[in-house]
Design a protein around this ligand. Structure first.
Ligand code: PLP
Length: 426
């Protein structure tokens, strides 16, 4: 291993020139300069958890705060804010293959999921089963359970994955029958990055008359999605869509589906400023709003989505596949002999934009990476280190440097200085 000196890049390590050449040939390379990068020495591989701040967002927020809030005050509700959830929904729609008017931004992913799941269950009152799997994000499992109780008498079947990496797609399809009301899965699994065959599962669910609800949190903005035949979807905006911490989630409802928001509120009313005592649902996607929007967080998403749209979702996906493939190759070659194993699909058609690597000492390796390696990954219990690549700002040379730095931390005894005791936010 080449001595990296102060943990810089590793120009003498094998493959460095290839990484530099891949960056030079990268059609998306210039997008990196559109993000706030305060310390270029830090390799940020956590865009799958919280995307970086686009420079345009900082400027936009300053303007919204000073002008729309500071000067225009309440007039801004009428000027722009009241319809902003739908405006931003329409910006997201082309990125997820949805029609204009079918997406609205409101609430968190968990709340959106609850609304859609409960709404779906109410349309199929005699079907007792909800099908999901154990690769799904825990909030999804909790929400499905709660929606099942709210809709009365529904059970959640959690189909197990055989290896914790690949989804049990055949077993999910095998579990479907005329008792199934809803199939709800994450399009990309939060831990392993497994990318589901959305068409296949949606089709199988429809064959038995069930509805399908996809969580696009780990695919929106990085994997092209086509919701044309899908019933329902939700997704967060703070990962690859770079909407900022706590930015609200989007919900999609197929325009052909007659379905009502079970959490009725005045923002979903047909005539909200009539202040009528009885609820009457708006006939647009606005009906899936409930209460007042977090306007500052909502408006922060706008420039970020425009950036993604400008780069183009197909180009983003192409680079994402190249980056994750490169990362898996280097991890196998350099980290394999150091006790790491890959915990993500090797087939790029079945992989989203992060790669999980496993190690018995994953916790303390993660701590050493953050505090001494100047690499930001995240840790997922019990032994996964997730390395997310965000094609708008992750470079090939970042991957080369990160893998070589991890090897240096392991072989240089640096990891040994950390313990495996956990802290609260991982
Ligand atoms: C797949 C998935 N769904 C849902 C959530 C939770 O979303 P929220 O906290 O916005 O409710 C996450 C969070 O990371 C996630 O990865």
């Amino acid at each position: 291993m080449t001595d990296p000196g102060p943990l810089g890049p590793f120009p003498e390590a094998p493959g460095y020139a290839n990484a530099v050449a891949a960056d030079a040939a990268d059609a998306l390379a210039s997008y990196r300069s559109r993000f706030a990068i305060s310390d270029p020495g830090v390799i940020y591989l956590d865009g799958n958890s919280l995307g970086r701040l686009p420079n345009a967002t900082a400027r936009h927020l300053e303007d919204v705060v000073a002008r729309e809030w500071g000067e225009n005050l309440i007039a801004s509700w009428g000027d722009r804010w009241w319809t902003l959830g739908r405006t931003v929904g329409d910006l997201i729609a082309p990125l997820i293959g949805a029609e204009p008017g079918s997406v609205v931004v409101a609430d968190s992913t968990s709340v959106g999921l609850f609304k859609l799941a409960w709404a779906a269950l109410r349309t199929l009152p005699r079907r007792p089963l909800i099908i999901t799997d154990d690769l799904n994000f825990p909030t999804d499992l909790y929400v499905l359970e709660a929606a099942g109780e709210a809709a009365a008498g529904r059970d959640v079947i959690v189909v197990p994955s055989v290896d914790g990496v690949s989804a049990p797609e055949d077993a999910i399809i095998g579990a479907l029958d005329e008792r199934t009301a809803l199939v709800s899965l994450s399009h990309v699994a939060f831990k392993s990055g497994y990318l589901y065959d959305m068409d296949r599962i949606t089709h199988a669910a429809h064959e038995v008359g069930a509805l399908v609800l996809w969580d696009l949190s780990h695919s929106a903005g990085v994997v092209p999605v086509d919701l044309a035949g899908v019933d329902l979807a939700v997704g967060c905006t703070y990962k690859y869509l770079n909407g900022g911490p706590g930015s609200p989630a989007f919900v999609y409802v197929n325009p052909g589906l007659e379905i009502e928001n079970p959490l009725a509120g005045w923002w979903g009313h047909a005539n909200p400023f009539g202040f009528e005592t009885a609820f009457a649902s708006a006939d647009s996607i606005a009906r899936f709003q409930t209460g007042t929007m977090p306007i500052l967080s909502l408006t922060a998403i706008e420039p970020a989505i425009r950036l993604t749209a400008e780069a183009g979702i197909q180009a983003i996906r192409m680079k994402s596949v190249q980056l994750t493939t490169y990362l898996m190759e280097l991890a196998t070659e350099i980290l394999g002999p150091l006790g790491f194993a890959l915990a993500s699909p090797t087939d790029s058609d079945r992989r989203g934009s992060h790669v999980a690597i496993r190690h018995a000492d994953a916790w303390r390796i993660t701590q050493a990476m953050i505090h001494e390696g100047r690499i930001v990954p995240d840790f997922r219990e019990p032994d996964n280190i997730r390395l997310g690549v965000a094609p708008l700002y992750t470079r090939f040379v970042d991957i080369h440097t990160a893998v070589n730095r991890i090897a240096y931390l392991m072989t240089g005894g640096i990891v040994d200085g950390y313990s495996n005791g956990r802290s609260a936010v991982t």
